[in-house]
Design a protein around this ligand. Structure first.
Ligand code: GUN
Length: 291
């Protein structure tokens, strides 16, 4: 079998276009643009690239982008003061503080300070709790993008056996919560899991988020499985995922490539979350199922 390649880049472009149309409609109704504030502390080159592309994508989607670039030696108090100002700013619907922060800053205190109703990254524990209990909130962008690709590929996920590999707060845990809410039967595997190949061999859906190049082997997979590869690992052969692509593509039914799979979905979902935040703050309806 040769797997279908899931084109995350094309899906993300479509989502960004739909969000852009809905953002234009929001502006007409609300009399202002939906706004996303992105905070970057320091000069980490990879973070600077991400922040620039987030800003461009925000403007292209008919939203306002507020970029705050602070020097690497910014103190905790001034960063907290900026978050407080953004929390209080009526033009700002979403706040994203780019991670990682320089080592002298307390990341947890900063993330806790963001108003949960502007937390479009979905990293605040209030939003993690809302997701875990089925309340309306914000879901982290990468797992949300994975779920959208899975639903587009498979339709109803109910009763599917899913294995999520990796238990991070940003991907693995929210991914498991989303799949559970979609009525899949979920195994959340991690570095201490016994017989990972055995678990994977029974899975209709495999989401790999471990950060180790080529960790998941094709021979572990159930024939026809849908494989979502969240890994972005820099190797001598360029960017590679957490799944050994060639062996997996000969067994899986469908698989995301790296790059061009999950990656482009993350910014698209950030824009989606920002638009949702703007509608909630203005008390306006948004048909999320149509996005
Ligand atoms: N750094 C890398 N990815 C992300 C992300 O999705 N959100 C934030 N805040 N920082 C990141």
């Amino acid at each position: 079998m040769t797997a279908e390649i899931i084109d995350g880049k094309a899906f993300a472009a479509g989502l960004r276009a739909r969000v852009g149309d809905a953002a234009a409609a929001f502006e007409a109704q609300a009399g202002r643009k939906a706004g996303l504030a992105v905070v970057l502390v320091g000069e980490d080159p990879a973070s600077a690239v991400y922040v620039r592309s987030k800003g461009k994508a925000t403007i292209a989607a008919n939203m306002a982008s507020f970029e705050h670039r602070l020097p690497a030696d910014t103190g905790q108090d001034s960063l907290i003061a900026l978050v407080d100002r953004l929390n209080a700013d009526p033009a700002v619907d979403g706040i994203l503080v780019q991670l990682p922060l320089p080592a002298h800053l307390d990341e947890q205190e900063v993330l806790l300070r963001i108003d949960p109703d502007k937390d479009v990254d979905g990293f605040h524990p209030v939003n993690a709790g809302r997701l875990a209990t089925g309340m309306e909130g914000f879901v982290p962008c990468t797992p949300l993008g994975c779920l959208m690709l899975l639903k587009d590929q498979l339709g109803d996920l109910s009763g599917k056996d899913a294995v999520v590999i990796g238990r991070s707060n940003i991907v693995g845990k929210p991914m498991a919560a989303l799949l559970t809410a979609a009525s899949a039967t979920v195994t959340l595997a991690h570095s201490r899991t016994k017989d990972l190949p055995g678990h994977v061999s029974r899975a209709d859906i495999v989401v790999a988020a471990v950060g180790r190049a080529g960790f998941v082997k094709g021979e572990w997979l159930k024939p026809g499985a849908t494989v979502i590869d969240v890994g972005i690992n820099r190797t001598d052969n360029g960017l590679t995922g957490d799944v050994e692509f060639d062996s997996a593509a000969s067994v899986a039914g469908a698989i995301t490539p790296v790059p061009g799979g999950v990656g482009p979905m993350t910014i698209a979902c950030l824009l989606r979350n920002t638009l949702v935040a703007a509608h909630r703050r203005e008390g306006l309806q948004l048909d999320q199922a149509a996005l």
